[in-house]
Design a protein around this ligand. Structure first.
Ligand SMILES: [Zn+2]
Length: 170
């Protein structure tokens, strides 16, 4: 497969329309939805497409090339965040909404991503998460939810304790 110029999970300007739909990659629950029109308009590198990003986590697909990844052959750069609040009010030690990449895409990102290059970050084996957790959102651009209604937003890989190799715990 050709190395993609734009990662699979990156959002395109023609996709910046939001709605709520039942999502197979959210256990068939109501979830934030966007049309699937990759390649149309302009790539918006700072935004992940909410449905493709959720699917990447749910199906363990490489978020860059969309190929399936296998246990023991998944890579990441240790980037995520602390203190994701669980629905029961407790928090996880660490969470990331970014699915791990395949080896080839990790190497591409290491060479081509200005952010990773400037930080001197290198790919590491992805530690098996303790859970995959659906975030709940109560508002999003362009959609109106009923008062008190929440729908599934991004899915997160979560860990109870800080996984080995994370870059910052902030
Ligand atoms: Zn890949």
């Amino acid at each position: 497969m050709k190395r993609p110029d734009v990662p699979w999970v990156v959002c395109w300007s023609a996709e910046m329309l939001f709605d709520v739909r039942v999502c197979p990659w959210a256990d068939n629950r109501a979830a934030l939805w966007q049309p699937d029109l990759p390649g149309q308009g302009k790539a918006i590198f700072e935004d992940l497409h909410v449905v493709r990003a959720r699917r990447a986590v749910w199906e363990w697909l490489c978020p860059i090339c969309a190929e399936p990844t296998e246990e023991g052959h998944r890579w990441w750069f240790g980037k995520g965040k602390a203190d994701l609040i669980r629905e029961d009010g407790t928090s996880w030690a660490w969470a990331t909404a970014n699915a791990p990449t395949c080896r080839r895409c990790a190497e591409t990102a290491e060479d081509a991503c200005p952010h990773l290059v400037s930080g001197g970050w290198h790919p590491m084996p992805f530690p098996m998460p303790d859970a995959i957790v659906a975030s709940r959102i109560t508002q999003a651009k362009g959609i109106t939810l009923l008062q008190g209604q929440s729908v599934v937003g991004p899915l997160y890989f979560t860990w109870r304790t800080l996984p080995k190799g994370v870059i910052h715990a902030g």
